[in-house]
Design a protein around this ligand. Sequence first.
Ligand code: ZN
Length: 258
Amino acid sequence: MVMPTELTDSQLERYARHVVLDEVGEEGQLKLLAAKVLVVGAGGLGSPLIQYLAAAGVGRIGIVDDDEVDISNLQRQTIHRMEDVGRKKAESAADFVRRLNPEIKTDIHAVRLTRDNAALIRDYDLIADGTDNFRTRYLLNDVCVQMKRTLVSAALLRFDGQLGVFKPHAGPEYPCYRCIFPDEPPPDLIPRCETAGILGAVAGIMGSLQATEVLKEILGLGDTLAGRLMLYDGLSSQIRIVKVKRRPDCPACGSAHA
Ligand code: ZN
């Protein structure tokens, strides 16, 4: 497919606040329109992610979620509405995108990501993980390492959030998720959102930070978060950044070459 070399008049109008940024410009906006991002999880993190990626003009957005909208989701999953209760989240999210920005293509994957269907990530340039379960998080990490896809992964609990960019294929200094957290915690030790709770706005903050890192990676802007981990503490209103390193003996990326 031949990529367009300039924006149409209506695109220039819609994306005017991007185009006016020297760091983005028309060229950057064309990159966003050509980008394909897979969002895994159309919930608390997926809502701001999908919203900002669609608004920003990311041309194709895949949405993976096998769940249905429940009334208890509406406290934080802001792209779904009362009338969506009972619908598949992936479909409700795709409708949201259509209403906001009809030129964005959406792929609805109303499935749970497993090793058997994980090959679907091959169709995307970049993967954003907004799931609430460790099994999917580790699976996504391992598949992204294998397929050399950048993974932007966020997690939430109560008043806290965590965000990282993982791209061991891009250089030996960049770790994967498993370099930092080698072992999947046993299921009975994992506090889940439904039992531990979550302040809704914290999901909005973390999902928005995650969307920012996705856009930075597509545009090649600023300092990548890869090699660092961002920790947000909502109660003390503090963000901490810690350096993280590649583990040479990591079972997922130990043998991956830059
Ligand atoms: Zn690793």
